[in-house]
Ligand binder design. Structure first.
Ligand SMILES: Nc1ncnc2c1ncn2[C@@H]1O[C@H](COP(=O)(O)OP(=O)(O)O)[C@@H](O)[C@H]1O
Ligand SMILES: Nc1ccn([C@@H]2O[C@H](COP(=O)(O)OP(=O)(O)O)[C@@H](O)[C@H]2O)c(=O)n1
Length: 226
């Protein structure tokens, strides 16, 4: 099922998955899958096409025919486009996160995006960032991490991140959003947010990005992947 080695990085919002996955893909020279971006673009595409997030058959059609592309800018930044138009910034807003988490709870939408996610698995290897990389999309992954941190710490991180991008947000509102999103992601019937049985769980509530990355690299080396 897998054409190349895969490292799965799962966990809740703000746990540091994107940060650690990017560092890891850079260090190994592997491809990178931002599966959350596919759900975010699906939510955004619905807004663009005038499809309500509650209209499950219509949202599924949008996901099935999603015209999305990922390209790398010279700065190293990933540009995400829908039908050729840049949606990189708008999909990263809190509204974008809410849309993603709403459409991601529709089983047929997850099915529609499954094959597309697996296509990212190409030599020399793939670092896959998401919620169900180790449980559903790449169950045979060579190494699985589940990153987590307290909801308060994750809200604080998200707050700083959004403020630095010039978004006006309130910390209590963000904490509420994170808790709502955690609940929705963890209780949905398909691909709920749970660590794979063989995942290495890393809680970064009180550790720095560097410390988490060192721990991850130790496991990668132990597996002979670097
Ligand atoms: N261990 C950590 N300590 C402090 N800040 C962190 C840590 N890990 C990530 N961050 C910061 O938290 C924010 C969210 O991280 P991100 O990688 O986007 O999380 P996720 O992809 O899991 O939602 C970023 O601004 C990132 O720099
Ligand atoms: N593999 C994935 C990735 C994301 N998602 C959903 O998409 C939303 C946004 O994912 P993301 O990884 O971009 O979000 P953050 O962790 O960066 O907040 C999540 O809240 C999940 O509901 C999912 O269901 N499965």
């Amino acid at each position: 099922m897998q054409d190349a080695p895969v490292i799965a990085v799962d966990g809740p919002s703000g746990a540091g998955k994107g940060t650690i996955s990017h560092l890891l893909a850079d260090r190994l020279g592997w491809h990178f899958l931002d599966s959350g971006a596919l759900y975010r673009v699906t939510g955004q595409a619905c807004l663009i096409e005038g499809v309500s997030w509650d209209d499950h058959p219509a949202v599924t059609e949008v996901a099935r025919h999603l015209d999305v592309s990922f390209t790398y800018a010279e700065s190293g930044e990933v540009l995400v486009a829908y039908k050729g138009a840049d949606v990189s910034a708008v999909i990263r807003t809190e509204e974008g996160g809410r849309g993603a988490s709403t459409v991601a709870a529709i089983p047929a939408v997850r099915d529609a995006l499954l094959a597309r996610q697996r296509e990212f698995c190409r030599p020399p290897g793939l670092v896959a960032d998401g919620r169900d990389m180790g449980t559903v999309v790449f169950p045979a992954a060579d190494l699985k991490f589940f990153l987590t941190a307290s909801a308060e710490e994750r809200a604080e991180r998200r707050f700083k991140q959004l403020i630095s991008k010039g978004e006006s947000v309130s910390l209590p509102r963000l904490l509420e959003d994170i808790q709502e999103r955690d609940a929705r992601d963890s209780t949905r019937s398909v691909s709920p947010l749970v660590p794979a049985e063989d995942a290495i769980v890393i809680d970064s509530t009180t550790t720095t990005i560097e410390q988490v990355f060192d721990q991850v690299m130790l496991e990668v080396a132990r597996k002979g992947l670097y």
